[in-house]
Design a protein around this ligand. Structure first.
Ligand code: HEC
Ligand code: HEC
Ligand code: HEC
Ligand code: HEC
Ligand code: HEC
Length: 195
């Protein structure tokens, strides 16, 4: 093997190595879990429910506008429809079994900020921030994956864009004068997000 071939091989190895490292996210910001897409105990599809059948997000995540957690529906909620719809499908029989055995369905949490962080859905939702702004196009997802990074920097970035503004119909911040009703002032002080 001559020197030239060796050089070419070593360049190739470096380039491929860099691509592999980049794809595995070593250059990502610390704490970035975006793209996390765990397999769930039941093959539940948002595309079928929220997309094709246009069921509203808050029909299932009913506490998003009034409490810290958006909430995930119980097996009983599922069976409101599935005691009729596709009731003999193997995936639906798993829901029925959970209900019959009085066991909760063990959904794997996708989005998860650390316990030392205060996050509350209700204020965001009532302020007019859309689910999709933070969670992406969930209605197209056959399996949910984490869309936003939810690092401290990403929360603060958005808060800076939501100071002295009101949201237009599309949920975009627009500058607003001091006494405008519903004028937003998202906090950036440490104590707001850390207690
Ligand atoms: C028919 C009920 C139903 C509807 C409608 C629905 N969801 Fe869900 N959602 C679920 C269930 C069940 C889970 C837990 C299983 C999973 O992650 O797929 C879930 C999980 C999620 C998660 C991940 C939760 C986590 O662990 O971080 C997000 C985000 C989410 N839904 C957002 C939405 C949005 C946005 C919409 C509207 C576009 C929507 N959902 C509509 C039932 C529903
Ligand atoms: C408002 C009614 C409604 C609710 C509530 C609902 N579903 Fe569905 N689900 C549907 C419809 C409609 C379909 C698609 C039926 C079809 O394709 O013919 C479906 C399809 C499914 C399928 C696909 C089954 C297969 O064999 O292809 C699964 C799995 C499923 N739902 C799970 C759930 C779970 C889990 C819940 C509770 C978190 C839930 N559903 C709540 C209406 C509902
Ligand atoms: C400002 C960003 C933001 C908006 C807007 C938002 N979410 Fe979330 N969502 C999050 C974060 C952050 C988490 C993780 C919370 C945690 O770990 O405590 C989360 C978690 C969830 C979960 C998991 C269960 C829970 O409550 O922790 C569901 C389901 C969910 N969101 C659905 C929704 C739906 C539906 C909407 C719209 C009605 C919505 N979210 C709007 C940021 C957002
Ligand atoms: C898409 C933009 C956006 C993102 C992303 C976002 N926020 Fe907010 N946040 C807002 C807006 C808008 C308000 C409401 C401001 C107001 O009430 O004037 C708010 C308010 C808050 C408040 C004060 C109200 C309350 O609920 O107590 C806290 C705390 C908060 N956010 C924490 C977080 C954390 C933690 C994250 C990241 C995990 C985050 N936010 C991500 C836009 C955002
Ligand atoms: C808008 C919400 C928000 C504000 C304001 C905020 N933080 Fe955070 N902070 C977060 C979130 C979300 C995390 C967890 C994600 C991460 O580690 O990036 C975090 C993580 C941290 C951590 C732990 C980092 C680690 O190694 O896990 C420390 C320390 C911290 N914040 C200190 C501060 C201080 C000091 C301030 C004020 C200058 C502040 N934070 C303001 C949201 C916020």
């Amino acid at each position: 093997m001559n020197l030239r071939t060796l050089k070419i091989i070593s360049i190739l190895v470096t380039v491929i190595g860099a691509i592999v490292i980049w794809q595995n996210g070593i250059f990502r910001q610390f704490g970035d879990q975006s793209g996390y897409e765990p397999i769930q105990p039941i093959n539940f599809s948002h595309k079928i429910h929220a997309g094709d059948n246009k069921i509203n997000c808050t029909f299932c995540h009913s506490s998003a506008d009034e409490s810290a957690v958006a909430g995930v529906p119980t097996a009983t909620n599922c069976m409101n429809c599935h005691s009729q719809v596709l009731k003999d499908s193997p995936e639906i029989l798993k829901i029925k079994a959970a209900l019959d055995n009085n066991q909760p369905i063990e959904w794997v949490k996708v989005n998860d900020v650390p316990d030392h962080v205060v996050f509350n859905h209700s204020r965001h939702v009532t302020a007019g921030v859309n689910c999709n702004t933070c969670h992406g196009p969930v209605e197209t997802m056959a399996r949910v994956s984490q869309f936003s990074t939810f690092t401290m920097g990403s929360c603060i970035d958005c808060h800076r864009r939501h100071q002295g503004v009101v949201l237009d119909a599309g949920g975009n911040p627009q500058f607003a004068a001091e006494n405008t009703p519903n004028r937003l002032n998202a906090p950036t002080d440490c104590a707001a997000c850390h207690h």
